[in-house]
Design a protein around this ligand. Structure first.
Ligand code: EPZ
Length: 430
C-alpha cells in the first residue's frame, strides 16, 4: 500500500500551477454525454475521481478519447445502456450526475443509490424532488433509483437546502425539458457556474447561474462544443494554506482570485500577506499565526472542503480558535490524527475548539478522506521529524501529482511502498 513519507520543517517557497477543477469536471463530463455530437474538454484534472467517472461513462457506451493528459474528446452518440452499475457509484458518488444527464437526454436512467460516505450521510432527497417536479417518476427499489418520464416539463423548484449536487443534477435534467424551469435557492459555487457555461456553449439556455435563482428555457437538442474547465479553487486553497503553515511564500498560478476570496480573507486574518494579480495569488507567511473563528458555508462562504486545512493552520496559531462545520456532520475525523501530531483540539457537536500549540511532531497517521488527507499532509510539512501518511488513495481522488507539486516547492515528501523505501527516505532526509 502506498504511503507518503514526509520530513517537515522546510518553508515551502516557489510557484505552483493549479489544475482544472475536479468538481466542475465531474459535472461537465456527465453533461458532455447529453449531445450526440463530439465535445472536447480541456484542463481536465488527471485524478482518480475523474478517471472512474470516465470508466462509468465508457461502460454505457460513451466514447472517450484522450487527446493528451488534460484534454478529452467525448462522444455520447452510441450510448447503449441507461444503467450505471453499483461498482462505479461505490467508488465515486458523482457518478449520480449521469442520472440528471441521462434523464435529460433520454428521459430515463437508473443508478445505484449512493450510500453515506466518510464525511457524512449525504441524502439526495433534493435531487429527487427536482426530478419529480420536472415530471419524472422516481422510485427507489432494491438500492436503485429509477427515474423515468414520458416527457419532462419545466417547473418552479424551490430547493430546501443549498445543494451543489442537486442544483447540478436538476439543471442537467431541465435543459432539455419543455418550457421554463426556475431553480430557487440554488447553489452558487464556481463549478455550478462552470457547468451552466458549458451547457450554454452546447446550445442550452441557462441564466442566473452564480445567483440564488437559475432560470432555464428548455431546448430540443444540444450540440458539440469545445470547453476549458475553470481552475480548482480547493487545490489552490490547499497550497495557500501550505504556505501559511510552513511559513513559506507560494504563488498559486492559473487561478481565478475571485473564487479564492473567502480563503484569502481568512489567511489575512491569521497574519499572512496576500498579493493578487490577474490569474495568480501569492501567500507570504512571515509572522506568527494568529487565532480566528470560521464557519463553513455554501459559496461565497468559507468552503467545507477547506475546513481541515484551516484547522491545521489554526492548530499552530496563537490563542484559541473555533471552527464550525455547518455542511457535513462527519468532517472532523482528522482531529484524532492531528492530535497524535501534538495538536490540542476538542470537538463538541459541529464545532472544533482549537488551542494553538507551538509545533506539530511527526507520527504515523491515516488520511480519513480527501480534503482531511491533504490537510494532514500540510500538517506533516510543518511538523518536526518524519510523518507517514496512510490511505493516500483518498488524496489522489482529487489532487494531481500532489507530492510532485509539493517537491517543486521544496517539500521533502515521497511516495513509499515498503519498509525499505521508508528507511531509504529516512536516511536521505537525515
Ligand atoms: C459537493 O458535494 C462537492 N462534491 C463536495 O466536494 C463539497 O464538499 C460539497 O459539494 C459542498 O461544497 C462534488 O462537487 C462532486 P451538497 P455535494 O449537495 O453536492 C445536504 C470534495 O472534497 N443535502 O452541496 O454532495 C447535504 O447533506 C467533495 O471535493 C441534502 O440534505 O454536496 C449537505 O449537508 C466532498 N439533500 C448539504 O446539503 C440533498 O438532496 C450540502 O451538500 C442534497 C444535499
Amino acid at each position: 500500500m502506498e504511503q507518503y513519507a514526509i520530513k517537515g520543517g522546510n518553508p515551502l517557497v516557489g510557484e505552483v500551477e493549479i489544475g482544472g477543477a475536479k468538481n466542475a469536471a465531474l459535472a461537465i463530463l456527465a453533461a458532455a454525454a447529453m449531445t450526440d455530437e463530439t465535445v472536447v474538454i480541456e484542463n481536465m484534472p488527471d485524478v482518480r475521481d475523474i478517471n472512474v467517472l470516465i470508466q462509468a461513462m465508457e461502460s454505457i457506451g460513451v466514447v472517450v478519447n484522450r487527446i493528451d493528459r488534460h484534454s478529452v474528446k467525448i462522444n455520447g452518440s452510441q450510448i447503449h445502456s441507461l444503467v450505471i452499475e453499483d461498482d462505479y457509484i461505490k467508488k465515486i458518488r458523482a457518478s449520480y450526475y449521469l442520472l440528471g444527464a441521462l434523464l435529460g437526454k433520454y428521459k430515463k436512467a437508473e443508478v445505484t443509490l449512493p450510500g453515506g460516505c466518510n464525511i457524512g450521510s449525504r441524502p439526495i432527497d433534493q435531487h429527487i424532488k427536482g426530478f419529480r417536479a420536472l415530471g419524472a417518476d422516481v422510485c427507489i427499489e432494491h438500492g436503485l433509483i429509477h427515474a423515468q418520464a414520458e416527457k419532462l416539463v419545466g417547473s418552479h423548484i424551490y430547493l430546501d437546502v443549498v445543494s451543489v449536487g442537486a442544483t447540478i443534477n436538476v439543471m442537467m435534467a431541465a435543459v432539455m425539458a419543455e418550457g421554463k424551469t426556475i431553480i430557487e435557492n440554488a447553489a452558487k459555487e464556481p463549478h455550478v457556474v462552470d457547468l451552466a457555461n458549458f451547457l450554454n456553449s452546447m446550445g442550452a439556455n441557462i441564466k442566473g447561474a452564480g445567483t440564488d435563482v437559475i432560470r432555464i428555457k428548455g431546448v430540443s437538442r444540444l450540440h458539440g462544443t469545445e470547453y476549458v474547465i475553470i481552475p480548482d479553487q480547493i487545490e489552490a486553497g490547499t497550497f495557500m494554506f501550505a504556505a501559511a503553515v510552513t511559513h513559506g511564500d507560494i504563488t498559486v498560478k492559473n487561478v481565478i482570485p475571485k473564487h479564492l476570496e473567502s480563503i484569502s480573507a481568512k489567511l489575512l486574518e491569521i497574519g499572512c500577506e496576500i498579493k493578487e494579480s490577474d490569474d495568480a495569488v501569492r501567500v507570504v507567511s512571515a509572522k506568527t499565526l494568529k487565532h480566528t473563528h470560521v464557519k463553513t458555508l455554501p459559496y461565497p462562504g468559507f468552503p467545507t472542503d477547506m475546513q481541515p486545512q484551516i484547522a491545521v493552520a489554526l492548530g499552530l496559531s496563537e490563542g484559541t480558535s473555533m471552527v464550525t462545520e455547518s455542511i457535513f456532520e462527519n468532517r472532523f475525523k482528522y482531529v484524532d490524527e492531528l492530535t497524535r501530531m501534538g495538536a490540542n483540539v476538542k470537538v463538541e457537536g459541529n464545532t472544533a475548539f482549537i488551542e494553538g500549540v507551538s509545533k506539530y511532531t511527526g507520527a504515523t497517521i491515516t488520511a480519513p478522506d480527501l480534503r482531511a488527507g491533504a490537510a494532514l499532509v500540510i500538517a506533516a510539512l510543518a511538523a518536526e521529524g518524519v510523518t507517514v501518511v496512510d490511505e493516500i488513495k483518498y488524496i489522489e481522488r482529487g489532487y494531481e501529482d500532489f507530492d510532485l507539486k509539493l517537491q517543486t516547492l521544496g517539500a521533502q515528501i515521497e511516495k513509499v511502498e515498503t519498509d525499505r523505501d521508508l528507511q531509504k527516505f529516512k536516511l536521505k532526509v537525515g
